[in-house]
Design a protein around this ligand. Structure first.
Ligand code: CA
Length: 227
């Protein structure tokens, strides 16, 4: 069970998310403005904070900045559609992830699980050597090595980063913009179809060669790697 704080002024959204999180067995507190949210975040022991960007009183980015001076509680930002600047600023200010409104509750819950897991793991030194494995494909983050059925596969840096991002977020569909941010950096100004190009390279090097179907295209959304 995790303790989660929702800071969101749209009470309908906050309530809906609260119900879903409680249904999954979490403890939930809510704040409807930035100042209250910050106070709760600083005084309480939360495992995760869902933080809307557009908030009365103190906006979400400011809440995050002030929170980060004192605590590293994982934060997932809720941003408006196409507010690229919010995402960039949020991640710069130390957000762990973001989700664009309107979102599917399943995706939010999946992202929360990932953020909680990541954070729980990072405190254990044993988790330093990060090894990701999906269906015969193994990726060693520290050594920067990928093997398929034990055979090493040569990847470029960006191919490696793309594969790592998809494997880290396995079973979650990631959109091209998110992948581009992870793979090319937040200041990259090129077209998001660059991701399609790297996916094609990965499919040539892994799927075609080893007869697996690793990366799934989700039409109109993006890509995912499923277990
Ligand atoms: Ca809002």
């Amino acid at each position: 069970m995790s303790k989660i704080l929702i800071v969101e002024d749209e009470e309908k959204i906050a309530r809906f998310v609260e119900l879903e999180l409680r249904h999954e067995g979490n403890e939930v507190e809510k704040a409807f403005d930035g100042r209250t949210g910050l106070e709760l975040a600083l005084s309480g022991a939360f495992d995760l904070i869902l933080l809307d960007v557009m908030l009365p009183g103190l906006n979400g980015l400011e809440v995050l900045r002030r929170l980060r001076n004192e605590k590293d509680t994982p934060v997932i930002m809720l941003t408006a559609r196409d507010a690229v600047m919010d995402k960039v600023s949020g991640l710069d200010a130390g957000a762990d992830d973001y989700i664009t409104k309107p979102f599917a509750i399943e995706e939010l819950l999946a992202r929360i699980r990932v953020a909680l897991k990541k954070h729980g793991g990072s405190s254990e030194t044993a988790a330093r050597t990060e090894q990701l494995t999906v269906r015969g494909v193994a990726l060693d983050c520290d050594r920067h090595e990928v093997t398929v059925n034990g055979e090493p596969v040569e990847l470029t840096n960006r191919e490696f980063e793309l594969l790592k991002t998809l494997m880290k977020n396995k079973n979650i569909v990631l959109d091209r913009e998110k992948l581009m941010n992870e793979v090319c950096g937040y200041d990259y100004m090129g077209e998001t179809n660059i991701i399609d190009v790297y996916v094609r390279y990965l499919r040539t090097k892994i799927d075609d060669k080893y007869g697996v179907k690793l990366i799934t295209t989700v039409r109109g959304v993006g890509y995912s790697i499923k277990d």
